[in-house]
Ligand binder design. Structure first.
Ligand SMILES: Nc1ncnc2c1ncn2[C@@H]1O[C@H](COP(=O)(O)OP(=O)(O)OP(=O)(O)O)[C@@H](O)[C@H]1O
Ligand SMILES: [Mg+2]
Length: 435
């Protein structure tokens, strides 16, 4: 390893005698300085006879082996032990360990790295790291290293990242990488611990597919049960008493919740797997909003909430997947209704913000969201403290789906909120989505 030679410990290992004689020469020089030069420069200091000086130097020479035995030997054996320990760790590690210098040239490449990438240590030593990086990521890697060299800052150091590696046979594979930086003298080095995660990714995908399959198979019997309950309630199988009707309505509502949950889950797994193909078309957003407001009118009236359509009449048609936009509005509207109390207001608006952007907002005067809970809002199954205690229970998937739909359209979703005053969810879509 080239890096080893740079450290003091490795100097002790590679040329202990040289080091020892250097120390001895320094001692001789110091003695000579004290015995010969000092009396010349310090007034009144006694000049020593040449024989005394020779005796002193001879004595130093005689005690040299003792000095070796006392100082250098134990230091050397400690260095040998430490080196053997780190070589054993690095060689037997199941993860690839690669060290590069500031010029991104490989300084060490352990056996696990050989296994992962298919190159031998000899092939890689002194070679640029880019050989292990797929072409399309090389520029980002170069820029990252450049930044680190000039500012000493790194986005990657100290973190575990997921990325892609390139094997010797040209195959790409997913990897997990953690990077640490260290210095020897003035030189800086980077050590990366690399793990091939191809199998783990495959297992995750299979698990997600399996879960999606189960969810999918649950939907049909649920829908069938739902229609049976409706037929029962409608009296198709005989007269139903008021009490029975009350319970049938509860059964239907519970089944509806389950169907919604299964649908959300299916959407999510499709979106996560990137399988969601958008059926893009020209959408009359104003009409879409009005449909939703009409749909939620009865619910809103129940809570004395007023609904307002603030879509700019001049808004051009939006180029988007109308079914997904519909789903987006449903999720945001149902949240707004759910989390707005008696006598509140909900406003849905949209405007062409500038030539490159359309802004859509859903604003309510509801319970609001505490600022510290906002960052987790778009994560799966996350509900705010107030959301959890809300009368109408949810699953915490609605906003994740919204985010994925918006991002699938190349847009962004954000929220501003004040507890007790209300929340505004804002979506910006690129104007490439409008016509
Ligand atoms: N308009 C809003 N006002 C206040 N809190 C909100 C609002 N919208 C969302 N939240 C908070 O964010 C949480 C997550 O919302 P999300 O829509 O993802 O889940 P949910 O409504 O609880 O369940 P689901 O939509 O899956 O049925 C909610 O539980 C609630 O705490
Ligand atoms: Mg919701």
């Amino acid at each position: 390893m080239t890096t080893k030679q740079r450290s003091d410990a490795s100097a002790l290992l590679s040329s202990p005698r040289r080091l020892f004689f250097l120390v001895l020469a320094a001692v001789f020089l110091a003695e000579a300085a004290v015995m010969v030069v000092l009396p010349m420069v310090v007034a009144g200091a006694e000049h020593l006879p040449a024989a005394t000086i020779a005796d002193a130097l001879l004595l130093t020479l005689l005690v040299a082996p003792f000095l070796w035995w006392l100082i250098v030997r134990p230091l050397r054996s400690t260095a040998i032990r430490e080196q053997a320990r780190s070589v054993a760790i690095v060689s037997n590690a199941v993860d690839g360990i690669i060290t590069i210098n500031e010029h991104a040239l490989v300084e060490s490449f352990n056996p696990a790295a050989e296994q992962i990438f298919g190159y031998s240590e000899e092939e890689m030593l002194g070679q640029p790291l880019t050989a292990l990086i797929p072409e399309r990521y090389r520029e980002a890697h170069r820029r990252g290293l450049e930044r680190l060299r000039s500012t000493g800052e790194s986005d990657a150091a100290g973190q575990t990242l997921e990325g892609h590696g390139l094997k010797k046979d040209g195959r790409e594979f997913p990897l997990e990488l953690s990077i640490s930086t260290w210095k020897a003298g003035k030189e800086r080095f980077f050590t990366g611990i690399v793990r091939d995660i191809a199998e783990r990714k495959q297992a995750e995908e299979m698990q997600a597919d399996f879960a999606a399959m189960i969810a999918h198979d649950l939907r049909s019997p649920l829908t069938a049960t739902m229609s049976t309950a409706t037929m029962l309630e409608d009296g198709l199988f005989g007269t139903v008493t008021e009490e029975q009707k009350k319970w049938l309505v509860k059964v239907q509502s519970n089944i509806r919740n389950l169907v919604d949950l299964v649908n959300d889950f299916l959407d999510l797994s499709k979106l996560e797997a990137g399988h969601l193909a958008l059926a893009t078309e020209n959408v009359d957003f104003d009409a879409l909003v009005q449909n939703h407001l009409d749909y939620y009118l009865a619910l809103a009236n129940n809570k004395n909430i007023s609904l307002k359509n603030r879509v700019d009449p001049a808004l051009p048609q939006i180029r988007a997947d109308s079914r997904r936009l519909d789903q987006l509005l449903s999720n945001l509207m149902s949240n707004a209704i759910k989390f707005t109390g008696e006598g509140g207001t909900i406003e849905v608006g949209a405007v062409q913000q500038n030539w490159s952007e359309i802004r859509i907002w859903i604003k309510d005067t509801g319970i609001g969201i505490p600022p510290e809970e906002i960052p987790q809002l778009f994560q799966k199954y996350k509900q705010t403290t107030s959301g959890k205690t809300s009368e109408q229970k949810g699953t915490g998937l609605g906003l994740v789906i919204c985010k994925m739909i918006v991002e699938a359209h190349g847009g962004k979703i954000s929220v501003e909120s004040q507890p007790g005053k209300g929340s505004t969810f804002t979506i910006s879509l690129k104007s490439g989505n409008s016509q």
